[in-house]
Design a binder for this molecule. Structure first.
Ligand SMILES: NC(=O)C1=CN([C@@H]2O[C@H](COP(=O)(O)OP(=O)(O)OC[C@H]3O[C@@H](n4cnc5c(N)ncnc54)[C@H](OP(=O)(O)O)[C@@H]3O)[C@@H](O)[C@H]2O)[C@@H](O)CC1
Ligand SMILES: [K+]
Length: 494
């Protein structure tokens, strides 16, 4: 699990560690030196040959600039030609600047050095920043980006909010980010995440002093839990019996895809309730589903419901949604179900509810526009979780899962390939089965998002789960359903 901590928790852990180090010996800037050593090592790796490489430091007035100066000193000692552009010369980190000068680094008088740089270190601002880049910094960053050297962000790309990933105004677009001590939520959540490039973590010893994380991102090993269907004693209820209420005359395919996602999640049984023609489409595609063209209340016993994909918003859809929400089992509400829920202003439920909106649907739930949601994804997902008393999975570039309380989950397997019609229906079925199998909504949602992204990648490039934009082959929602078994095998290490 990749874990991220809030700025407040990072600062508290840093203070505790420094106090401990002071008791046992080492003096000032010890953590900064650890950070700078990790940073200089990463830069050396990127440069290949450090000797004679041209490195430029963008140095702000805080410790983030100090990290850049100490790392610059190490690179200068290894023969790099290092120039520092000081945004605020009177307030640059004094000991860092002395070390830098002592190692042969030079303070540049002109931004021209950026035009020929092989590597630019962004030490403008780190976790102490607020708002976007100021105009003088933004101008230098633009010149650095035009100069074509690799841009390495120190701790996080300047201009990105460390706690939320929000970017208000200009921010650095890094090729690589080297972060210290722990991940920051803003490196995992868009738009911040897409400013970070390839991000790596340097351990500076904060470990024991860090509390529970503010956000986590699953990795393959975290998905490996003993599912009902892997146990010798498996029966259909342990695997999960899930009910799906989806599809309409206009969108029968949504029902087929949601049922497919549910079956390929390993459901013990999928019960489907939907109107005649939709029921026929589901029967034809998935003979293993137990289908009724009656109401959800006539479908038989289930351990969780999925309601909403392609459902429509007419009177009949309302009735189906109301029946499902009245049940005492976990319910996942998606798509049209969310539009109806937004109109109703919520529901009274004691069993868990999982909402799976995209930005537009989340906007409807909160009566704000989709652009506002996209700009502050975590903030809005948190608001919806609080307002609806539900776990919220917000789909999009970096899907986030926000439980009513506890750490947020951020999905690392997402890919733009998932932005295709029907993909969300598959995710709804997949997460619904995991709910039916007894998983907590936050785990069901995060695991489903992880497998869903992985399946899309595998569908595009069967040998390349890590591949992303460069991988060949368009992917349809049906392909994602078909690739789910391969995604399971991938996380199982098969
Ligand atoms: N914590 C740890 O464990 C460790 C932390 N370490 C490092 O310290 C960093 C945090 O250092 P920090 O606290 O000095 O703050 P930092 O981010 O350098 O900036 C502060 C100054 O920037 C300014 N400023 C603000 N917003 C701005 C903007 N939008 N655009 C431009 N400027 C802006 C503002 O100055 P102002 O001009 O407003 O007075 C403010 O005072 C951390 O990210 C990591 O790199 C490591 O060394 C090792 C261990
Ligand atoms: K930075």
């Amino acid at each position: 699990m990749r874990t991220a901590h809030s700025v407040a928790d990072v600062r508290a852990a840093e203070a505790a560690l420094i106090a401990e180090l002071r008791r046992t010996g080492p003096g000032e800037d010890v953590l900064m030196n650890r950070a700078a050593t990790g940073l200089a090592t990463a830069c050396a790796g990127l440069l290949g040959r450090v000797y004679a490489a041209r490195v430029v430091l963008l140095v702000g007035s805080g410790d983030n600039g100090g990290d850049a100066l100490y790392a610059g000193a190490q690179l200068a000692r290894r023969g790099a030609r290092v120039d520092a552009l000081l945004l605020n010369p009177d307030r640059a980190h004094a000991r860092g600047l002395a070390a830098f000068r002592g190692a042969g680094g030079r303070v540049a008088g002109d931004a021209e050095v950026l035009d020929r740089a092989d590597l630019v270190l962004d030490g403008i601002v780190g976790i102490g920043g607020s708002g976007g880049l100021r105009p003088d910094a933004a101008e230098l960053v633009l010149r650095a980006e035009l100069g074509g050297g690799l841009i390495v962000a120190v701790d996080l790309p300047s201009g990105v909010d460390a706690d939320t990933g929000e970017v208000v105004g200009a921010a650095v677009h890094a090729d690589v980010t080297v972060t210290f001590g722990t991940w920051k939520p803003g490196l995992l959540i868009d738009p911040g995440a897409s400013h970070a490039g390839a991000a790596t973590l340097v351990d500076i010893g904060l470990g024991d002093h860090l509390p529970d994380p503010a956000a986590c991102a699953l990795q393959d090993a975290d998905v490996l839990v003993p599912f009902g269907w892997l146990l010798p004693t498996a029966d259909k209820y342990r695997r999960g019996v899930v009910g799906v209420v989806a599809g309409s005359k206009t969108y029968p395919g949504a029902a087929v895809l949601a049922v497919g996602g549910a079956l390929r999640a390993g459901a013990g049984m999928v019960r489907f309730a939907g109107p005649g023609r939709v029921a026929d489409a589901v029967r034809a595609a998935w003979p293993e589903a137990v289908v009724t063209d009656g109401l959800p209340s006539e479908a038989g016993r289930v351990q969780a419901w999925v309601v909403g994909p392609g459902l429509g918003t007419d009177k009949k859809a309302r009735r189906r949604l109301a029946e499902v929400l009245d049940s005492d089992v976990p319910v996942l509400v998606d798509a049209d179900g969310l539009t109806l829920l937004a109109e109703a202003g919520g529901s009274e439920r004691s069993a868990p509810t999982l909402l799976t909106p995209h930005a537009g649907e989340l906007g409807r739930l909160l009566q704000v526009g989709p652009a506002a949601v996209e700009a502050a994804r975590l903030t809005h997902a948190r608001r919806a979780a609080a307002r609806y008393g539900a776990t919220v999975l917000l789909k999009g570039s970096t899907t986030v899962v926000v439980p009513p309380d506890g750490p947020v989950r951020v999905n690392p397997t997402g890919t733009p390939r998932l932005a295709t019609a029907g993909s969300g229906d598959v995710l709804a079925g997949l997460a619904g089965t995991l709910l039916a199998a007894g998983r907590e909504p936050v785990d069901a949602a995060a695991t489903a998002a992880y497998l869903h992204g992985l399946a899309a990648r595998l569908a595009a490039e069967p040998d390349g789960a890590e591949a992303d934009l460069v991988a060949p082959g368009p992917v349809t929602a049906t392909d994602i359903v078909a690739a789910l078994p391969a995604a399971w095998r991938h996380v199982a290490g098969a």
